[in-house]
Design a binder for this molecule. Structure first.
Ligand code: SF4
Ligand SMILES: [Zn+2]
Length: 390
């Protein structure tokens, strides 16, 4: 059999084997999985952002194939049970009327110019959340006049005129849709990410449809999937970001891989075949994009680095009680310099100025180790790497 097909089969089997280990948990269907608030950079100013993660039915790609190699959002969904429209509406109302925050906290969406509404999958997929529930949620937003942008997420194939019309007909504001492109290299996207999106044309069409509706398109670019060297991952993230801007995306968010339990990438980490991306590499990516695009103020973000405050959900309670979708390990350097580096990333995210990253001093404990990692090469084709590891 062709090596690519063998590799595909091995990936599918291993992912599904890992997914079977996800414990069946009870979740209250009438409160969201999580609500957190943090800062966001919008048109030159720092504003407050609220992120509401609905307890949901889960990503269809995950259910059909086992899902993407780096994702375990499914851990936070109901396995063998269903969230119906009433549950979604109850969840949403519990945010609007503050009841999900307990008695002490009052919450007003009007305090948040940026509102993210996520569902651990695709908010535009009617098999995950019905158009009726979607319509209800968006129709309540009009009265919050201080919201300047609503950000949602969806796989490209669900960005349809029908789905966007549902929103357009009941909500007058700006909507940005984040689409997981991950990589524009088909082998990397399919073998390293298991994205299940062989045709990049689906994503290009989604961007055009969004612009037709005068909505914004945000690309998520996963940095450092499985099986790639650090250097290859950097090069892929640079090229993918440039391709995304060329495809018409309004913004790109580089998402360094973090480790969630029961994901394939977490398994590879456990058996010694994967290290989370180095923060030093993020600087290379930003330079690579800025150098090649020759444009200094592109709307480019480094995802995952915020000073978040969790208002509802268990993420803030330490490892044992943490939210089931919260990663247990994120992109890092060494223990000495990681937190300082993360502060620089946050400042970069607020200014888009690469000097924020250039000003970081070379760490005596890990900079040279990273440089050595960056020199590592692998002469094998990706399918062979998969076969050797799995
Ligand atoms: S990354 Fe997105 S598409 Fe992939 S399994 Fe997770 S939720 Fe689904
Ligand atoms: Zn260090």
């Amino acid at each position: 059999m062709d090596k690519y097909l063998i590799a595909t089969e091995l990936i599918k089997n291993k992912i599904n084997e890992l997914r079977k280990q996800v414990p069946h948990k009870y979740f209250n269907k009438d409160v969201p999985a999580e609500v957190e608030v943090n800062k966001f950079y919008l048109n030159g100013t720092i504003v407050d952002r609220a992120m509401i993660v609905l307890r949901a039915n889960g990503c269809e790609h995950y259910k059909k194939t086992g899902g993407c190699s780096m994702c375990s959002h499914f851990n936070g969904t109901l396995i063998g049970d269903k969230i119906n429209d009433t549950n979604y509406i109850n969840q949403w109302n519990s945010v609007l009327n503050s009841s999900c925050f307990g008695e002490t906290h009052s919450f007003d969406l009007n305090d948040y110019p940026i509102v993210c509404i996520y569902n651990l999958g695709s908010l535009l997929n009617p098999n995950e959340i019905s158009f009726e529930a979607l319509k209800y949620i968006f129709s309540t937003l009009n009265k919050y006049k201080k919201i300047r942008k609503v950000i949602i997420e969806s796989r490209g194939e669900y960005v349809t005129k029908e789905a966007l019309s549902v929103i357009k007909e009941c909500y007058a504001g700006i909507v940005e849709v984040g689409i997981g492109v991950e990589s524009t290299n088909i082998t990397i996207r399919e073998l390293c990410h298991n994205k299940g999106c062989k045709d990049i044309g689906v994503i290009k069409a989604a961007v055009s449809i969004l612009h037709e509706f005068e909505y914004k398109a945000l690309a998520y670019v996963n940095f450092k999937p499985c099986y790639l060297t650090e250097k290859e991952s950097v090069e892929d993230a640079i090229q993918t970001s440039i391709d995304c801007f060329e495809m018409g995306f309004d913004a790109v968010s580089i998402e360094p891989t973090s480790l969630q339990e029961y994901s394939l990438i977490n398994h590879l980490h456990q058996i010694g075949y994967y290290r989370v991306p180095w923060l030093w590499s993020l600087r290379e990516i930003i330079h690579g994009i800025y150098d090649r695009e020759n444009v200094e103020k592109l709307d480019i973000r480094i995802g995952g680095y915020f000073d978040e405050q969790v208002l509802s959900g268990s993420q803030g309670e330490g490892f044992a009680g943490r939210n089931e979708i919260f990663p247990h390990e994120t992109s890092s350097n060494c223990n000495v310099c990681t937190s300082e580096f993360v502060e620089h990333i946050k400042r970069f995210n607020m200014t888009y100025d690469v000097k924020e990253l250039d000003g970081i001093e070379e760490c005596p404990h890990c900079y040279n180790i990273w440089k050595d990692c960056f020199k590592v090469e692998d002469s094998r084709e990706i399918p062979q790497r998969v076969i050797d590891i799995l």
